[in-house]
Design a protein around this ligand. Structure first.
Ligand SMILES: [Zn+2]
Length: 260
């Protein structure tokens, strides 16, 4: 049984066949998905999408690449929404220094606001860190250090040393489609070296397909290829990687998976 720890199932790319996508995931052994939010206007539809299946769990947040949609009052709205909805996590939030034209100070304020909310609520944080792993580590250390905030840096693309630092701070790393690419040497070393209890599997669907589906819409059933690639790199059995990463996700997000 697999847990897709990061899947944008509410994205418009799935409007025509969302139920079929979930069915294919279940048929492939993917029993659970964490569906992170991106901006305030989207939260109600995200809640509705997750209500359709018991394996779908929402997180709510303000994503850095949706910066143009955010208003300072959205942080208070997020606190209210989270208090009412009691989601599995807060996010997606974080820093993106790759997309041009995104004000870094504004990104930093929204990220720090969500770190504080995670600290206050005890909910885990789903973090996006694109060419910004160092800055993300710095913010976590300052606001959520000493284990006051737990979470995951999804689609992890940092170094082995940064992964160790994140582990020390109580953060897991999410591994997705990019690990299936032969040229992703640094990521391969990170995945081979990290303790198994730090790893989560994800698809980031509809984005980041594995190398066999380059250029296509990604979907949660394809996490099987990610699991196999991780198992190969660690010289482990895919079933072992599946069981461990499902346990890690269930623990982080507080979702019962035993005996299911
Ligand atoms: Zn995402």
């Amino acid at each position: 049984m697999l847990f897709d720890s990061h899947c944008h199932l509410d994205a418009p790319e799935f409007d025509d066949d969302r139920a079929a996508v979930v069915s294919r995931a279940r048929a492939a052994g993917v029993r659970w998905q964490l569906v992170p939010g991106t901006h305030r206007d989207e939260w109600p539809a995200l809640r509705e999408a997750c209500a359709a299946d018991a394996g779908l769990h929402a997180a709510y947040g303000l994503h850095p690449t949706f910066l143009v949609h955010h208003r300072p009052a959205d942080l208070d709205a997020l606190a209210d929404w989270v208090a009412r909805e009691r989601p599995a996590a807060i996010g997606e939030c974080g820093l993106d220094f790759c997309v041009e034209g995104l004000d870094r100070d504004a990104q930093q304020r929204y990220f720090e606001g969500q770190l504080e909310l995670a600290r206050e609520t005890g909910l885990p944080l789903v973090v996006h860190a694109r060419r910004a792993v160092e800055a993300v580590i710095h913010a976590i250390r300052r606001i959520g250090g000493a284990g006051r905030v737990r979470g995951v840096v999804h689609s992890y693309a940092g170094s082995e040393e940064q992964a160790r630092q994140l582990h020390g701070l109580g953060f897991l790393i999410g591994i997705g489609g990019p690990v299936t690419y032969a040229r992703a040497k640094r990521m391969h070393r990170v995945v081979a070296a990290a303790p198994l209890e730090q790893l989560l599997l994800e698809t980031d669907a509809p984005d980041q397909p594995d190398c066999a589906h380059r250029g296509q819409r990604n979907e949660p059933a394809r996490i099987v290829a990610v699991c196999e690639a991780v198992a190969r790199l660690r010289e482990a059995a895919p079933a072992e990687v599946a069981a461990a990463t499902t346990r890690n996700a269930a623990q982080l997000f507080g979702i019962g998976v035993e005996g299911d």
